[in-house]
Design a protein around this ligand. Structure first.
Ligand SMILES: *Cc1c(COP(=O)(O)O)cnc(C)c1O
Length: 353
């Protein structure tokens, strides 16, 4: 029986991507493995170039932006962003929408004045703050587009004059965005793009080199732009699998196509949560994420029955994060609608018991 992987990350990827990447481990070029060839070889150079051009194509990237594949996860970006953008005695504005935002804020505080312009911690981050003001004359504004743990998603980004930086780890390539509004976008690969190990960073080139800071070589975006993500050995396997996933997405019809499907998938599940007398959604209606659907059971005595039915049908990874409780169904790009229907069937079955 097939396992339905609703895990928040590392997460489901297309089956054909798993198949192709396992083949490449055994035989990539002339019977060498993908993970034993030189990253300076022509074969891997092609992989890197293809990955970058797929990112550019899928996101419709304007000129003047660089695409990097770095290591250290999204978590390293929490400090690379202020290191590269916050001037000495400068300031940055942050929107605090959950665990990952808070971690980014904690790093920024090491570099300068960090202003929290909106904060939803009063309701355990079940909503996205609105009508906040981003002060002028800051070095940048930082937000998290999708709050993986709490199941909220920014639907409207603010219109600001300062550079905008966004952690898009858990909804990159899931919906259309206007890249022109952003100056840095970063995303750990393991949510919607590939296996852990690579972090994609998109940078508007002209926002760099304005801080008068001495930045260590490896933490300086300019190093990686100059060396085209090859300053040191890149995470070859993670980049290759990301390339396959992006190619899969392109073949399906790109972001326009996947956004439509993602809306359908999320609507189907939220409709059932709202209809079913046993369940309720956790996130504020207007801010519900299309990637991570958080919900709980009204009658805690039924939780065991629901969980048993889930394991019987091989539904995996839907336990909510410990800071929220309840359940979380992560329905990233590669999650087939049929798996969501299996979950809905279980919810309906338990309601009738
Ligand atoms: C998972 C996640 C992170 C952390 O990513 P790492 O690559 O593990 O450092 C950061 N931000 C968001 C929104 C995430 O979902």
């Amino acid at each position: 029986m097939k396992t339905h992987n609703f895990s928040a990350g590392p997460c489901i990827l297309p089956q054909e991507v798993f198949k192709k990447s396992s083949e490449a481990i055994l035989d990539f070029e002339n019977s060498l493995s993908l993970i034993e060839i030189s990253h300076r070889s022509k074969a891997f150079e092609n992989v890197m170039n293809k990955s970058i051009s797929l990112v550019k194509e899928l996101l419709n990237l304007p000129t003047g932006y660089s695409v990097l594949f770095l290591q250290g996860g999204a978590s390293l970006q929490f400090l690379m962003v202020p290191y590269n953008l916050m001037k000495l005695n400068g300031s940055a504005a942050y929107l605090n929408t959950g665990t990952w935002s808070k971690k980014a804020i904690n790093e920024a505080k090491l570099f300068g004045n960090t202003i929290i312009v909106g904060d939803s911690s009063d309701k355990n981050f079940n909503y996205i703050p609105k009508n906040y003001t981003v002060p002028e004359n800051i070095d940048y504004f930082h937000c998290t587009s999708n709050n993986t743990i709490f199941g909220t998603q920014i639907k409207n980004f603010p219109n600001i004059s300062s550079p905008m930086v966004c952690d898009m780890s858990s909804d990159i390539f899931s919906r259309k965005i206007n890249i022109n509004n952003f100056d840095i976008i970063y995303a750990g690969a393991q949510k919607n793009m590939g296996p852990a190990g690579a972090t994609m960073v998109i940078i508007k080139n002209d926002i760099l080199n304005k801080t008068n800071r001495d930045i260590p070589t490896m933490l300086n975006y300019q190093t990686h732009i100059n060396k085209e993500s090859m300053f040191n050995t890149p995470p070859v396997f993670s980049i290759y699998v990301s390339m396959l996933t992006l190619q899969w997405l392109k073949d399906k019809g790109g972001i326009d196509y996947i956004e439509k499907i993602n809306n359908e998938k999320a609507n189907l599940l939220y409709q059932e949560i709202d209809r079913n007398s046993l369940f309720k959604g956790i996130a504020n209606l207007a801010d519900r994420s299309n990637m991570n659907v958080t919900f709980s059971m009204l009658d805690q005595e039924k939780e065991k029955i629901f969980e048993d039915e889930c394991s019987k049908t091989k539904i995996s990874g839907i336990k909510g994060h410990r800071s929220v409780g309840g359940y979380r169904a992560s329905i990233y790009n590669a999650m087939p609608i049929d798996s969501i229907k299996v979950l809905i069937d279980v919810m309906q079955k338990v309601e009738k018991l």
